[in-house]
Design a protein. Structure first.
Length: 317
């Protein structure tokens, strides 16, 4: 961006020399007015003056003035802003300002969350003309725009490319790529991505919840128990009920009935309703612990229902 700024000032110097060589005092006055207002970010007043100047300017002066008039329209969120950018593209296909114009327009649409338009404008940019840092930013924003539009295949491909490179967008890309894999039930791949973010300052507090679900769905109960206990020992726990339920079931499946009962009880204390399976698993845990009166209470919760759980409950009663 620094090079672009230097270029812009250099171009401004060249253009101003051309303009000062032109005869009319009114034109020189208009130049100062339009461009000074632009530099002051008074875009509404600047654009009006720049339009007038563009009618009288020639060569690079006209090109640069039309560029700034189009940028002013984007800053003002004018309804004709995109058409001005497209007009600039059409009139100056070989301009050194073409890439900045396309980038500015793409950033404008990304900023106002019109992601379809943002993706289209980012796709126009010749990435060979921008530095590596900007290239990664463009790829990430194209990926995010695709993600919001639910084009997950395209998004995943782009996120993967950014995640594999070292940039400020690598962690975010790894997170979104892993999220897509999670929703596609590609749990092994998603786990690898989320695990790589455990110590990330931005996502480290979020990914354990996805990992807990993945470990449960893939029967990785030992890992789930270790992770869940780590989560539950935090001062603030989001979705505590969900974690308590997962770890209770994990302990039950590993035949650690005392621990299973503890977490089923905590889950119940949080005011969550028990399913038939929960009543059965808690009752069976009590049964294995020799807490028969409590086991009877739990089994009686499901004996009126039909199905194998009710039959097993009757058997243990």
């Amino acid at each position: 961006m620094k090079n672009k700024t230097l270029f812009a000032w250099a171009l401004l110097f060249v253009v101003s020399q051309q303009l000062w060589s032109q005869p009319t005092e009114r034109f020189r006055s208009q130049w100062l007015k339009g461009h000074e207002l632009f530099e002051l970010k008074l875009f509404a007043s600047a654009q009006s003056a720049l339009f007038e100047e563009a009618e009288m300017a020639k060569g690079l002066g006209k090109e640069y003035t039309e560029y700034r008039a189009a940028v002013s329209g984007l800053e003002l969120l004018n309804s004709d802003a995109e058409s001005l950018a497209e007009e600039f593209e059409h009139n100056y296909p070989n301009s050194a300002l073409l890439t900045p114009m396309q980038l500015y327009t793409a950033e404008h649409f990304f900023r106002i969350r019109r992601y379809k338009n943002a993706y289209e404008w980012y796709s126009k940019v010749d990435v060979a003309l921008v530095d590596s840092k900007k290239r990664e930013e463009i790829k990430f924003k194209k990926a995010y725009s695709s993600f919001i539009q639910k084009d997950f295949k395209q998004a995943s491909q782009l996120f993967s490319e950014v995640a594999n490179n070292k940039s400020e967008y690598a962690a975010s890309s790894a997170y979104y790529k892993s999220f897509i894999q999670y929703t596609d039930s590609a749990y092994s791949d998603a786990a690898l991505g989320f695990e790589s973010l455990k110590r990330d300052t931005q996502f480290g507090d979020v990914v354990p919840y996805y990992l807990a679900q993945i470990y449960y769905k893939t029967s990785r109960y030992t890992e789930l128990i270790d992770l869940a206990n780590d989560i539950l020992n935090r001062e603030e726990v989001v979705r505590r009920d969900e974690i308590e339920h997962l770890v209770a079931d994990a302990y039950y499946r590993k035949a650690k009935y005392t621990d299973a009962a503890i977490h089923f009880e905590r889950y119940k204390e949080l005011g969550k309703s028990f399913r038939q399976q929960d009543h059965y698993q808690l009752g069976y845990s009590y049964y294995q612990m020799g807490r028969y009166s409590e086991a009877i209470q739990s089994f009686n919760k499901i004996t009126q229902a039909n199905g194998p759980l009710a039959q097993d409950a009757w058997y243990h009663l």
